[in-house]
Design a protein around this ligand. Structure first.
Ligand code: AHR
Length: 309
């Protein structure tokens, strides 16, 4: 091994642990916290040295972290990009340095797709469609307008853009279903509450039938706002959200949330496997899609004990 190192092979090839630089978005939601925990635990289990950088929701911090990883000559970079655009330059720098990049959770929008070797995570458009299909089914056979308010995720983030797109696509041939208000609440519980309060105020005197939130945290914040307005979430206003975190299942058991579309944050084990495969010279699939389900309130009590996040 010493001889291998002496001929200039990378550290991991000479028996040293693989070094992975991971740029995380922040800690905006229960999903994100579970995602970070999954990455850290899986790196430990796989014997991979993890350099973990929390960008606190700021793209400029992610770009800085990636530059630091390049300077430190890590073996692989994994990036969960806060927004879709603006990463081209730094990704080109990584490519020029010969460091492969794996995108996890969220995709970037770049014409040159050779800037990353693989993208692993959920199909956010399909999640939006699943939410829309659930609503179509739930309102089937009814009459009159169904007035929907939408809480969007972070502006410019792939899951916000895609979940909006998928939901709109699913309901487009349903003239009764109308999105009457739509605004970002940045995937956070506090903002979900704040924006829902503003929606209810602006809609005073008109009925809001449905809340579609791009994640559970925003839905949980909004549920508080609905209750404070003297209404019953889950009954007076149907609540649909995405992620499937434990608190969402608890809210369903309490009758306050109607359905959550699953988006798994447990990307640690597949990411570490991909890193090892890459360093063993294997070609990774361009796209690794996470398997997920839809959990309506009716199954929540049964599923709750099985939830891992
Ligand atoms: O990118 C995944 C999304 O980001 C999750 O749905 C949300 O909760 C998180 O903040």
């Amino acid at each position: 091994l010493a001889a291998l190192a002496a001929v200039g092979l990378p550290a991991w090839a000479a028996g040293k642990p693989i070094v992975l630089g991971f740029s995380q978005i922040g800690a905006e939601s229960a999903w994100r916290t579970a995602n970070s925990a999954s990455i850290k635990q899986a790196a430990k289990d796989a014997g991979i040295t993890l350099k973990f950088a929390d960008a606190q929701q700021k793209q400029e911090n992610q770009i800085k972290a990636l530059r630091a990883f390049i300077a430190q000559k890590v073996d692989v970079i994994a990036l969960s990009p806060v927004v879709e655009t603006g990463f081209g330059t730094v990704l080109r720098e990584a490519k020029a340095a010969g460091i492969p990049v794996i995108l996890t959770d969220r995709l970037v929008k770049e014409a040159d797709e050779s800037l990353w070797v693989s993208f692993m995570g959920s199909d956010f458009v399909e999640e939006g469609r699943r939410a829309g299909r659930w609503l179509i089914d739930k309102t089937k056979g009814g009459t009159g307008e169904v007035r929907i308010v939408e809480l969007q995720g972070t502006v410019g983030a792939a899951p916000a853009l895609d979940r909006k797109k998928g939901f709109e696509e699913a309901i487009k041939d349903q003239p009764r279903l109308k999105i009457v208000r739509s605004q970002t609440a940045d995937f956070s519980r506090a903002k979900g509450k704040e924006v829902m309060e503003a929606f209810l105020k602006a809609e005073a005197g008109r009925k809001v039938d449905v809340l579609y939130a791009h994640n559970d945290d925003m839905a949980l914040g909004a549920i508080q706002a609905i209750e404070e307005a003297g209404l019953k979430p889950g009954k007076d206003i149907l609540v649909i959200s995405i992620d499937g975190v434990r608190a969402a299942f608890e809210a369903m058991v309490a009758g306050k949330l109607n359905v959550t579309v699953e988006c798994s944050p447990l990307l640690g084990p597949p990411l570490m496997q991909a890193v090892k495969d890459l360093k063993a010279g294997k070609t990774l699939p361009r796209r690794i899609v996470t398997e997920e389900g839809v959990f309506p309130a009716e199954v929540a009590a049964r599923e709750l004990p099985k939830r891992r996040y």
